[in-house]
Design a protein around this ligand. Structure first.
Ligand code: ZN
Length: 113
């Protein structure tokens, strides 16, 4: 499953981060998931709960923030947040856009002990 490999690398970067900060316990993990990233929040949560056992994240709080699509329109130069998963400018209906956010998954922050 896609989410399992994501969680594996997420846990790795969490532990790396903790080590760099001389901590061996992670209290809180906050991630951001773009609506177009293809990651299912529910599956990610389940995968995280399964894999955190025996890691520094065991017992930590896992918070998922959903990031909507943010676009910058080439025609009218407006920056918009899209409600629908459709790449179209809400102001002028142009489809010539740059996607600024909403397509990736990021580790946003960690709280360490
Ligand atoms: Zn526009």
């Amino acid at each position: 499953m896609h989410e399992y490999s994501i969680v594996q690398s997420l846990l790795d970067s969490c532990e790396e981060n903790a080590k760099q900060n001389n901590s061996d316990k992670i209290i809180k993990v906050i991630v951001k998931i773009g609506v177009m990233s293809g990651v299912e929040p529910d599956l990610l949560q389940t995968a995280f709960d399964t894999f955190k056992e025996g890691t520094m994240c065991e017992g930590c709080e896992f918070i998922i923030n959903i990031q909507p699509i943010v676009i910058q329109c080439h025609k009218c130069n407006t920056k918009s947040i899209l409600d629908k998963n459709e790449y179209c400018c809400p102001v002028c209906q142009s489809v010539e856009l740059d996607v600024l956010d909403g397509e990736d998954m990021f580790l946003m922050s960690l709280e360490l002990e």
